[in-house]
Design a protein around this ligand. Structure first.
Ligand SMILES: [Zn+2]
Length: 403
């Protein structure tokens, strides 16, 4: 193996497609299978989550659902391999044990890609699922991904995209523009510190920025949030779109009270249109409390981009048409159906037809989309906003999100 020049130890897209990101035991397995002459046996494999991560909201129960992301990447990875792929589309809500994807073909064609297939799904679905839970905690108020600094820069765009699939309203990295979203952000404390005082900094920001950039002043650099919020409103007047409170974790006080106090003081002086934007160490628990206290929008970093991965596993369930699986996994190729009314899933043996929903009696619909046939891509890839809309419409349908 010739080592590439790697300044940052990053694997290239080409290398991923070539199967270089692989646990060596898959290669050893393939070598052994070839010796036995069984590497071309046609298998059916399915991918399901074993369990889901825990909520940050007491009593810290495990989530009941996640948001699927990474399917597009898997389809691109498997393009040109002799496989058929059936999958839920990106942005689908899924539950533990529900097979979200079915792959059929000679084992040799995809066996050694398992590491990367799962890598895409586990990591990106973890981010999307966390973003969705934060969005619900925010009661539908805007949630912006501010966390790209928490990841290796090489995967920043993939992570930002997944956060939007999960329901984030935007992200702060400038490359997000490639996906049709304007990068969002205000100013760091460094601006006020280098300028020496807040008012000079805010006024200069207003002068320097084009019209479409909302004037959101960071108001917790030198004085308390209330004092600086009033100062910002008086300095920028009508032009001030919002104030950002960035250090909820580090202040002595009760952040909910601070939010209510800032709201009160702004309203009292006629600045009812000035929004209160929160950021800094937020998770779904604090977002829920601050949304109730009157915060209007949230910048969430580490909680979303540092999300726990979903523990998807890939299991062979059929070999040469015969059902066979390891203990704990139901054998045989399966179809997945979904109730259009209550969104429940039903897993049935392949070809056994559409069941009625056990919960509401409605006739269920086939949930898989055939994505690849013999390595040929059958779908057209969707825009991120369309995938995001799929996520949000399911959350609305389940009553988890109002707007
Ligand atoms: Zn139903």
């Amino acid at each position: 193996m010739i080592a590439l020049q790697r300044d940052f130890y990053v694997v290239t897209e080409e290398e991923i497609k070539e199967g270089k990101v692989v646990d060596v035991y898959f290669l050893r397995t393939l070598e052994t299978m070839r010796r036995l002459g069984i590497s071309r046996k046609r298998v059916v494999a399915e991918i399901a989550a074993r369990s889901l991560p825990k909520s940050r909201i007491p009593p810290y129960e495990r989530w009941k659902w996640g948001v699927l992301a990474g399917v597009e990447e898997v389809v691109k990875l498997l393009e040109g391999r002799e496989v058929d792929v059936y999958s839920l589309p990106d942005g689908s809500l899924f539950h533990p044990k529900i097979p979200v994807m079915r792959i059929e073909g000679p084992y040799e064609e995809f066996g050694a890609l398992e590491t990367s297939i799962l890598g895409f799904l586990c990591s990106l679905s973890g981010v999307a699922s966390t973003a969705a839970h934060v969005k619900i905690a925010a009661k539908g108020k805007p949630v912006i991904n501010f966390g790209i600094r928490r990841n290796h820069p090489a995967i920043s765009l993939a992570i930002e995209r997944a956060s939007i699939i999960g329901g984030c309203d935007g992200s702060s990295g400038i490359l997000i523009e490639e996906l049709g979203f304007k990068p969002l952000g205000t100013m760091p404390h460094a601006l006020m510190i280098v300028a020496g005082d807040q008012v000079t900094a805010w006024k200069a920001f207003d002068e320097a920025m084009p019209e479409e950039v909302p004037r959101i002043a960071l108001v917790d650099t030198f004085y308390d949030e209330k004092t600086e919020a009033i100062m910002a409103a008086q300095a920028l007047g009508e032009k001030l779109a919002g104030v950002r409170l960035d250090t909820p974790g580090s202040r002595r006080g009760n952040m909910e009270e601070i939010i209510r106090e800032v709201r009160w003081e702004l309203d009292l002086r006629g600045y009812k249109n000035v929004k209160i934007f929160l950021s800094g160490g937020l998770d779904e628990y604090s977002v829920e409390r601050y949304a109730e206290a009157g915060a209007d929008a949230f910048g969430v970093g580490t909680r979303i981009t540092g999300a726990s991965p979903i523990d998807f596993g890939l299991d062979v369930v059929e070999v040469e048409g015969k059902p066979i699986a390891k203990r704990g996994i139901r054998s045989g190729s399966k179809d997945l159906y979904r109730c259009p009314k209550c969104l429940s899933y039903a897993v049935v043996p392949k070809g056994s037809g559409a069941p009625s929903c056990r919960k509401c009696g409605t006739e269920m619909k086939a949930a898989y989309v055939k994505m690849l046939e013999n390595g040929r891509i059958l779908i057209s890839f969707e825009s991120v906003s369309r995938i995001r809309e799929r996520t949000l419409s399911q959350l609305r349908k389940l009553g988890l999100l109002k707007s």
